[in-house]
Design a protein. Structure first.
Length: 271
């Protein structure tokens, strides 16, 4: 059965079949309503070839007592069930569809306002088989806490599709990557309002800051996985990206090119 897409005003919500039958399409819930500037809730458009920017890495910089990891914490094993759906790698995290078939949708609780987006998790079935998948989408209720809705290809590597649902454990991992981090300004971004997305990061992103008026300012994160500068502060300026381990990467100023992936030479360290 297919998901139902409802578009109303500036918000878009795709609802999962209420029966929650394994294999149904996963919803992409976008409930945060950004300002009316540009196309604030549209999905990213097709991108042109990325550009390279000079970047530097700094030592971890985290205010004392500030938690970085959300519900998905390093070294913590989670239990749940795995189901599957037809995934193209797109969804609530606003990533472009891609050729990597090993993706998954995170249950609504652990999705945690898009904090799970881009995380890599090692999934183990009771039969001893395991795979690593990247979180690209949201699996809303009736998905259960701990549940992962895998791409059909990923599920088939753990169990026959006819099984429909299997018990699993899963753990956050920090795998080797051949790609470096890229940055994208959202469609509709300008010097007056912008949304900033980080793509292809090894570890979950905990914080994104922009430099404005000689100071670093942390941006709020939308459920569709963009950090928003509501009044244009820092749009087109330097960016600092911090992962859940406290590593902080500095990206030199990038031009505001809405919808275009802009490559960097940076990647978070493995753990």
């Amino acid at each position: 059965m297919l998901a139902l897409l409802v578009v109303a005003g500036a918000g878009a919500i795709a609802l999962r079949d209420p029966q929650g039958i394994p294999g149904d399409a996963v919803a992409a819930a976008v409930t945060t309503s950004p300002p009316s500037v540009g196309e604030a809730t549209s999905m990213p458009s097709a991108t042109s070839a990325p550009t390279t920017t000079t970047t530097t890495t700094t030592a971890p910089s985290t205010p004392a007592g500030t938690p970085l990891a959300g519900k998905i914490k390093p070294g913590t094993q989670r239990t749940g069930v795995a189901t599957f759906y037809d995934s193209d790698g797109g969804g609530a995290c606003s990533y472009d569809p891609g050729p990597d078939p090993l993706t998954a949708a995170m249950n609504w609780s652990d999705y945690e306002n898009s904090q799970a987006c881009g995380a890599y998790v090692l999934v183990r079935a009771n039969n001893g088989k395991s795979i690593t998948v990247r979180i690209t989408n949201l699996c809303p209720a009736p998905c259960r806490v701990g549940q992962l809705d895998l791409s059909a290809e990923a599920f088939a590597m753990l169990a026959p599709p006819v099984t429909g649902e299997i018990p699993i454990t899963w753990t956050l991992v920090s795998p080797p990557l051949t790609k470096n981090i890229s940055v994208r300004y959202k469609t509709g971004s300008s010097q007056w309002w912008c949304g900033i997305q980080v793509v292809d990061h090894r570890n979950p992103v905990a914080r994104l800051e922009v430099q404005a008026g000689g100071k670093w300012q942390a941006l709020g994160r939308a459920e569709y996985n963009y950090f928003l500068s509501e009044k244009g502060a820092g749009c087109g300026g330097a960016i600092a990206v911090t992962d859940i381990y406290g590593e902080r990467l500095l990206v030199d100023p990038l031009p505001v090119k809405p919808g275009e992936l802009q490559a960097t030479s940076l990647q978070f360290a493995g753990h």
